[in-house]
Design a protein. Structure first.
Length: 135
């Protein structure tokens, strides 16, 4: 189930062999997300290195933590515990806009997949949040 997660999530972006990443159909390499120092989640079937690169989230720790939480939630089938609450307003908006962009790209290149459907549900949750600007 969902562990108690520390405030900082360290993600090992470089473990995945990049040569095996296929960006055309989102078939994925296996990777490990490290939570704290001793809890690991094996993310099978999720091309998280490519997604992180596409979202350009590696520079901001809170964005990286949000993406890590989203991938853990995808693997665990948990939709309501995405660690978005700790993001400040600017980070929250940048995560939402980046997810909009990458979801659109994945739909164009790979069609409907479980990952695309998950990202769409994540987008909907972000857009319902009171921090998302109403237009």
């Amino acid at each position: 189930m969902w562990p108690d997660l520390p405030g900082r999530i360290a993600t090992d972006w470089h473990n995945a062999p990049r040569s095996s990443i296929n960006t055309k159909d989102s078939t994925a390499v296996a990777g490990t997300i490290l939570v704290g120092t001793d809890v690991q989640f094996d993310i099978r079937g999720v091309d998280f290195v490519w997604i992180a690169d596409e979202l350009r989230l590696r520079e901001t720790e809170s964005n990286r933590a949000a993406l890590s939480a989203a991938l853990i939630a995808y693997e665990e089938g948990v939709m309501d515990m995405l660690l978005l609450d700790h993001l400040n307003l600017d980070d929250f908006r940048s995560v939402g806009l980046a997810l909009d962009e990458v979801t659109s790209d994945l739909k164009t290149t790979g069609g409907e997949s479980d990952l695309v459907l998950f990202l769409e549900r994540l987008q909907e949750a972000i857009h319902r949040d009171s921090r998302w600007p109403n237009e």
